[in-house]
Design a protein around this ligand. Structure first.
Ligand SMILES: Nc1ncnc2c1ncn2[C@@H]1O[C@H](COP(=O)(O)OP(=O)(O)OP(=O)(O)O)[C@@H](O)[C@H]1O
Ligand SMILES: [Mg+2]
Length: 277
């Protein structure tokens, strides 16, 4: 369990608070989407999950360890892996293999174990053939997969990903999202920052932040059922939800707390059947 209790954070003593009293519990194995307007504190929040940032006040505990305690920080970083928004900021090796080995090397594991973990991690993200390639020559999507493999090689129990599909084409996006799904099904806790509402709708829980605070927290259906509250802070709805709301406003009897294609189709089919013949 990751527990944040009334966490405040400021980058600059003169500046505004990036986090203003965030309290949140994240269970192991959960797939959570973190959404909210630009600058609301999403990246700042996930950097608190593995002690990259420490709260100015309040407390973050990961697996029972306080992130403020320097003796626990290495353990916490093994428990919570972090995939940054820009994979270039995460690259430490020249070749893919070297890069993915960095985490297990830091754990001072025996060479045989390091090799095993690198091979396993590259297989898990589906890129064993890239092992000996120079990272500089990889595409943005491939670099993202290498970054995820590097995190997996440490075998964390949670992974926080900062907009993992940003700047990727649809194929690369699908590949990354499929891997996230697979990791979730294997029991890894996922904290997934996204600006894409359709992506958020596929998770189990959505936390919406606004101005450094948790604004809403619930299932996708609960969150996107609060269209007015989301629009108030400039957030969009998934297109499917928006379509159903427009149909309802036009007088059609449809439910609007629908976030996935299957349920939307069901609604539209049942509506269409009423107008048949
Ligand atoms: N390194 C930094 N130095 C100073 N202020 C920062 C720094 N990083 C972020 N901030 C400020 O902290 C606040 C929260 O920023 P943060 O990056 O966490 O937001 P975000 O929700 O991730 O935004 P985005 O959707 O644009 O990525 C913003 O006001 C931002 O300007
Ligand atoms: Mg951010």
């Amino acid at each position: 369990m990751i527990i944040l209790e009334d966490v405040y954070y400021k980058y600059d003593p003169e500046g505004i608070e990036a986090l203003r009293g965030v309290s949140l519990q994240i269970r192991e194995g959960e797939h959570l989407a973190l959404i909210g307007p630009n600058g609301c504190g999403k990246t700042t929040l996930i950097r608190h999950l593995n002690a990259l940032l420490l709260p100015a006040s309040g407390k973050v505990t990961v697996g029972g360890c306080n992130t403020n305690d320097p003796t626990h920080q290495a353990d916490i970083r093994s428990l919570v892996g972090m995939v940054f928004q820009n994979p270039d900021n995460q690259i430490v090796g020249v070749t893919v293999e070297e890069d993915v080995a960095f985490g297990p090397e830091n754990l001072r594991l025996p060479t045989v174990e390091i090799k095993k973990r690198v091979t396993e991690a590259l297989f898990r993200v589906g890129i064993p053939e890239l092992a000996y390639r120079n990272i500089e020559n990889l595409s943005g999507g491939e670099k993202r997969l290498v970054a995820i493999a590097g995190v997996l090689a440490v075998r964390p129990r949670y992974i926080a990903l900062d907009e993992p599909a940003a700047f990727l084409d649809p194929d690369a996006t699908k590949r990354v999202l499929d891997i996230i799904d697979k990791l979730h099904s294997e029991g890894v806790g996922i904290i997934h920052i996204t600006h894409n509402m359709a992506e958020a709708a596929l998770t189990q829980r959505i936390v919406v932040m606004n101005e450094g605070r948790v604004y809403l927290d619930g299932t996708p259906r609960e969150i996107f059922g609060k269209a007015g509250m989301l629009q108030k802070i400039g957030m969009q709805l998934p297109q499917i939800t928006e379509l159903l709301i427009k149909l309802k406003e036009s007088g059609f009897p449809v439910r609007t707390d629908i976030v996935n294609m299957e349920d939307a189709l069901e609604q539209i089919r049942s509506l269409a059947s009423k107008f048949k013949d």
